[in-house]
Design a protein around this ligand. Structure first.
Ligand SMILES: [Zn+2]
Length: 118
């Protein structure tokens, strides 16, 4: 399951930054191109977090829209459909500039807040 490996990565990052403190919420930015199903990710996250300091924490997902730069016409634009193509000229020769991220934005800890975990 695709979401399970993403959830594992999120929990690993959160655990490292929590350094033993209890985590109440984890905010994550996920690029659209990762094609994450939010419900599946929340479920996987719960599974992976079990028995760690992240257990019971809320997973807050921010989806990052995909964007690319066309190598044919040099237009920057949104990438909304597969196969990824330039919205201006239809070329498939696009460089992805956004939409592949998987970032832990912040952790909410039981005692104090820590912004920008990474
Ligand atoms: Zn183009």
């Amino acid at each position: 399951m695709h979401e399970l490996s993403i959830a594992s990565a999120i929990v690993a990052i959160a655990e490292r930054h929590a350094a033993g403190r209890r985590v109440t919420a984890v905010e994550v930015s996920v690029g659209h191109l990762r094609q994450v199903v939010p419900d599946s990710l929340a479920f996987a996250f719960e599974l992976v977090a079990e028995g760690t300091v992240i257990e019971g924490a809320e997973l807050v997902l921010h989806e990052v829209p995909a964007a690319g730069r066309c190598r044919a016409c040099a237009t920057d634009g949104p990438l909304t459909a597969f196969p990824l193509h330039c919205a201006a000229c239809g070329s498939l020769d696009v460089e992805v500039i956004r939409g592949e991220e998987l970032l832990v934005d912040s952790l909410e800890l039981e005692e104090e807040e820590m912004a920008h975990g990474c």
